[in-house]
Design a protein around this ligand. Sequence first.
Ligand code: PBG
Length: 331
Amino acid sequence: MSSSFPTTRLRRLRYHPAVRRLVRETNLSPSQMILPLFVRTGRGVRQEISSMPGNFQLSLDLLPDEIRQAADLGLGGVLLFGIPAEKDPLGSDATSENGIIPQAVRVAKDTAPDLLVVTDVCFCEYTDHGHCGALADRSGRVDVDNDATLEMLARQAATHAKAGADVVAPSGMMDGMVGAIRRGLDSAGFLHVPIMSYAAKYASAFYGPFREAAESAPQFGDRRSYQMDPASAAGQAIREVELDLAEGADIVMVKPALPYLDILCRIRQQFPGVPLAAYNVSGEFSMLKAAARQGWLDEKAVALESLTAIRRAGADILITYWAKDVVRWLA
Ligand code: PBG
């Protein structure tokens, strides 16, 4: 059955470019790509994020142009993050029908009704302390109050759905968040709105540039009591996914992507048939961008190779700041 050299020569599959294409099983296509966008109040604001060149905080009047580009390029969708005018301890902008995200969703839907709009469901951009929910002092240690936050998340998600969001994406790593959001959506009549859960989200230093973009750095402490420990066993990620699916998640996500390809691969194998997303996060983008700017790496080549690797590890959906570039590069 098995043969060896010289009968077998694996290079035969590599000599001809067309043969390489024929036996290639991992592809990148525009419809798999979701572009994160940062929206804020004000007019005429197009503020470049210094640590993420080519990405901007945009005011709502400048959003239509970005939405049209995403639609024209055939992207799978956009993922909206909001920077509110006012922050407070409970992040009240996040649950207001006139908050930054409901307004942005309405603009996006008016501009390109067929473009998929996904919204981030979390409180860190909205609270003045920068944590992902309401705080409570339990035994002398201030931390996010899990169960108090669930009800807030359910309201936030329903508010987004009411504004026209097609998919909601909870990213706060609260226990029970998917179930609470599912019940909140269902009781508000949004039975058809899927939940893309950040199921296995690690407490990663690769989120650094994002926190500049979303102005969401925690004002004290860190997120290690809710986001996963990078050193934890892969089995813990599997349990997170299992629980989220049991609570009604439609799509599950691993985040970050590149340093966690093992986790992606394990989840792909354990849950065949479950749509799997990977978030190629801000730090993954910035480090390659910075090296490319130095002339040390070829941006197009390393970005395409990274995204291909994330697909090969098992991701169906890629959330990436390169989404628009990828479509242009592939054209
Ligand atoms: C939380 C959230 C974060 C990211 C997406 N959603 C940041 C965090 O957990 O601190 C990070 C994305 C990135 O780094 O690109 N709402």
